[in-house]
Design a binder for this molecule. Sequence first.
Ligand code: AHR
Length: 473
Amino acid sequence: MSFKLSRRAFVASAALIPIACSKPGSARKPAESDKSDRDIVNPLVKNRADAQIFRHDDGFYYMTGSVPEYDRLVLRRAKTLGGLTDAEERVLWRHEDTGPMSGFLWAPELHLIDGRWIVYFAAGPSGGGEDVFRIRTYAVVCDGDDPMKGNWTVLGEFKGPWDSFNLDSTVFHHRGTRFFAWAQREPGIDTNSNIYIAPMASALTLAAEPVRLSVPTLDWEIRGFKVNEAQAILERNGKLFMTYSASATDDRYCLGLLTADADANIMDASSWTKSQQPVFQTSVETSVYGPGHNSFTVDEKGRDILVYHGRDYKEIEGDPLFNPDRHTRVQRLYFDEDGNPDFGVPVGNGPLPDRFEAAGSAGTFLAHDGAELIAGSAPLPQTQFRSTPEKGGAVRISPISMRDQHLIAAEDGSLSIGAATQAGSDMFRHVTGPEEETVRIESLAYPGKAIAMGENGLALVELGDRTTVWRVS
Ligand code: AHR
């Protein structure tokens, strides 16, 4: 009788048993939805895990990811990030009837390699039992310059350093060299998977011996199973950041971070520093569990976006690997004063939140400390507010971690966070500010009055006052 082994349980037990720069393309005129970035509502795409989203130089967003059935490679395309939600999804390739690619298909990624569209993915054989987790990395290739229209055929198998469990490959460029990054089980190391990089000689071969960048050893990396996987790379502020995912794929799944100077020799493992704490993890307050397997993209304004999957509940029946509710989510990615990414917390379901910085006081954000509304500098999650649309252009504004509490205006001009006791006291509207990306927040309970950061702190004052202007980020 075939039984569902968790691949990690299997791999752990096996340890005991000695186991996209665009070719000049035709102008694209697909009927993509053109939702604005204001239409982004999380989850962006339901039941798609391990999402890769990127904005290609044809101006379109491309998205692929694992489907719950793990039986096919899919791709969708939209003019806007928000448009991916209901964009047409095409099946590029289905697992084979028999053989090494007839079982699970995991974590596809679309890349443009020497003018050819290639999708890398992990696959295993079918047939049940322990063999279904004999997972290796393969690629399919498109015969045309439009990945949504061409024919896809098998290119081959990744030639890695060992014949062992390997997955979650990605391709990145650094100082003119194309690199492959992947997760693999290394003979002699008692983990499920570690992180490796190497320069590429061709689409499926390496030009040098790989370097091992990370092994799961910290407590938050080995919860359930010893896993480092799902690398994603971002170069910003003179540094190279590599996120990866760790631990079991339930609520313990989280992001780690490796950082290197962008001018360093990235093939020297000592160039990389590992964060000793996870940088992104389950948030009970915003009800996102097991955030991970991320990628990076930018929104229509060129602002960095973190892409990841996560469930909106904690308790899972059965093996988390076969739970379909790892949904694709996105949120703004900010950076601290040292140029390092500040991942904050997963922001939760609903419209993307905003930060409101006093236009006349850089670094002074609308924030909260518990139920107290404040203005100043505060940890990122305390400066993120979700404006939920209501009737007639009104919005109710809530801290992301207090979704049932709202900004409340009082007759004396004071502001608080809580449940509205007077009808309409929690209704506001965004009024376009005097400059790009600025806004005023007018109370609908006291029309003509708006939230201001004045000498005496936060208060409702005349709408036209300069202290009512907030820079939205
Ligand atoms: O979602 C299937 C696999 O499980 C992915 O390849 C891996 O990142 C995840 O843990």
